[in-house]
Every structure is written in structure tokens, then in C-alpha cells.
Design a protein around this ligand. Structure first.
Ligand code: DX5
Ligand code: ZN
Length: 218
């Protein structure tokens, strides 16, 4: 399993000061950018123009989580814009293998996300096409929701699947990750942790990242 990585979500940051907010977390491994289109999820955030600007100012690579319909059309553009990682939802993708290949050939790591009720088993054969599997631990759409414990067994099963395929695919968890939940996710086999409200809602966001990392490594 790879080392613990923390990807703070700017969904809980101050959108009027995004450059300052991404520069306030030097301990982050990635900057998680939640793209929502009000179709795939009932919320609207930001899109490609903001990502194109953030790429230039962020001290860490962007980890773009696309909660959008028709990612086949849009996701490669985020890779071309310079995002380090681009994750699409399998529930929205028309041709996930072709899409993962397009993201990789545009120069980014390819991630595939599953909503809490989407089973992971049907996708085992896709693992060689992916750099990261994202298991949502809340229904996508909003920050600050309660962690869904019911996903923990799926995290364990996904870890077993990944190990069967050589262990190189990262296993990311997103939703309700905080001091009281991160250890259980790490124990279940996750290695990349998205945290929005637990980081940007804290008085000192960078200290919050350091504390989360220490807990996940414990
Ligand atoms: C939710 C987003 C998350 C969100 C997590 O749909 O994908 O990345 O920012 O926020 P917290 O950590 O507050 O649950
Ligand atoms: Zn996210």
C-alpha cells in the first residue's frame, strides 16, 4: 500500500480567495477540486476556466473530482488544462475504459469514482486502466455531510481487489473524513483522503492536515 496522502477539498474554502486558500495548505499532497454541474448532483460549483487559473497558482497538483454528466466529453479537457489527476463517476460515464485512456494520454492520472451504493465488484477488470479508485463515503453533492459507515466493508473489498492487481492503484475516500473517521478508513485500506470541512473549517487548515495525516498513519 502506498503512503498516506491528504487532498483538502476547496469546496469548503472561501471561493473569493481561492489562490490564498490553496497556498494556506503547504502540507497537502493534492488540492481536491469538486466540479459539479447541477445534473449529476444537485449542486453547482466551478468548471474548466477556474481550474485553468488554479493550475497556475496552486503549489500542489490538482485532484479534480468531476461530479458531472457526460464526463466522456469534458474530463480529458481537465487533463489538458494541467490537472494532475482527473476522476470521473462510473455512474455517469458512457465508455469508462476509453475515458480513462483519454485522461492518461492527456497527461493526468485517471481516477474512477463510485457513489456509496454502487458496488465495486463489477469493475475489478478495469483496475489496470486506472491510477485511482475513489469510494464516496457520502452522497456526492455537498460538503459537511455525515460519514457513511456502511461503505467501510466496500473499502476493505476494494483494497483486496487492488492488492490482487499488484497494489499500485490508489484508493481514495471522500466524504465526512475527519478526526473521528479517518483511522477506520485507513484501517480498511484507504490511502488517499479527501477532507473539506475538517480542513478548511479548522482554525489552522495546515495543522488540521498534519493531524489527519498522523491519525491515518497511526
Ligand atoms: C462532496 C465532495 C467532497 C466534499 C467533502 O460531494 O465530493 O469532496 O468537499 O467535504 P467534507 O470533507 O466536508 O465531507
Ligand atoms: Zn470530492
Amino acid at each position: 500500500m502506498s503512503a498516506v496522502q491528504i487532498s483538502p477539498s476547496i469546496l469548503s474554502a472561501d471561493f473569493s480567495r481561492l489562490a490564498d486558500e490553496v497556498n494556506a495548505v503547504p502540507s497537502a499532497d493534492w488540492i481536491h477540486v469538486d466540479v459539479m454541474d447541477n445534473h449529476f448532483v444537485p449542486n453547482l460549483t466551478l468548471g474548466l476556466p477556474v481550474v485553468e487559473s488554479l493550475v497556475k497558482t496552486s503549489p500542489r497538483p490538482l485532484d479534480c473530482h468531476l461530479m458531472i454528466a457526460d464526463p466522456d466529453r469534458w474530463a480529458p479537457g481537465y487533463a489538458e488544462a494541467g490537472a494532475g489527476s482527473v476522476t470521473f463517476h462510473v455512474e455517469a460515464a458512457h465508455a469508462p475504459i476509453r475515458l480513462a485512456r483519454a485522461i492518461r494520454s492527456a497527461g493526468a492520472r485517471a481516477g474512477m469514482a463510485l457513489k456509496p451504493a454502487t458496488p465495486v465488484e463489477p469493475y475489478e477488470d478495469l483496475l489496470p486502466e486506472l491510477d485511482m479508485l475513489l469510494l464516496m463515503t457520502v452522497e456526492p453533492g455537498f460538503g459537511g455531510q455525515k460519514f457513511l459507515d456502511v461503505v467501510l466493508p466496500k473499502i476493505r473489498r476494494a483494497r483486496t481487489m487492488i492488492e490482487r492487481h499488484g497494489g499500485s492503484v490508489w484508493l481514495q475516500i471522500d466524504g465526512g473524513v475527519a478526526a473521528d473517521t479517518i483511522e477506520r478508513c485507513a484501517e480498511a485500506g484507504a490511502d488517499v483522503f479527501v477532507a473539506g470541512s475538517a480542513v478548511y473549517g479548522a482554525e489552522d487548515p495546515d495543522r488540521a492536515i498534519q493531524a489527519l495525516r498522523a491519525q491515518a498513519e497511526a
